[in-house]
Design a protein around this ligand. Structure first.
Ligand code: NI
Length: 180
């Protein structure tokens, strides 16, 4: 396992629509060590999700996990998951605004409106098709990571850019100690 260097906002690969992964490559195990490195990178940086283009790779793969992250201290746990070619097929009408950050935009948080539930299709780590409906913080992470592989950032989804702030200011405002 190895932690990979993060691509930061401004790197062209983060604004690109990322390439689909052939199921045969997954089934052949070609991407196993890269996915392990992505998980290691997410964990080392205390993230709850990571897209391959955030470590500079042009592959539609995302990883997610929330297990006591200091970046999101009050959020529901989400078990480790790996998805290739994820595509959101339906969004709930009900939305919720919450604070969101990104490992590619260190030090900042903003209010982002996301659907409370989403249904998505993907290939799992064995290359088998899966279809899932997820809710709450889990749905927020999926929406955030799928935006990444389509060349987007959470800031593109902010209804009010005036809520974009440095984490130090947010911690003072909320009287919390959210980590970056
Ligand atoms: Ni992000």
């Amino acid at each position: 396992m190895a932690s990979l260097p993060l691509a930061l906002i401004g790197r062209p690969v983060l604004r690109k629509k990322i390439e689909f992964v052939d199921a045969e490559r997954i089934k052949a195990g070609e991407l196993k060590s890269f996915v392990r490195d992505m998980i290691d990178t997410m964990r080392k940086n205390d993230g709850v999700g990571l897209a391959a283009n955030q470590v500079g790779r042009d592959l539609r793969v995302i990883v997610l996990e929330c297990d006591g992250s200091g970046r999101y201290p009050d959020k529901q746990g989400v078990p480790l998951q790996v998805y290739f070619n994820p595509k959101i097929t339906s969004y709930s009408k009900e939305k919720e605004q919450d604070w969101e950050g990104c490992l590619s935009i260190p030090g900042y948080r903003g209010r982002v409106s996301r659907s409370l539930s989403v249904t998505f299709e993907a290939l799992d780590e064995k290359g088998e098709p899966v279809k899932k409906t997820v809710h709450g913080f889990h749905a927020r992470i999926i929406q955030h990571e799928v935006d990444h592989i389509n060349g987007g950032f959470y800031v593109d989804r902010m209804p009010d850019l005036q809520t974009w702030m440095h984490l130090d200011e947010l911690n003072q405002h909320l009287k919390k100690n959210i980590k970056d």
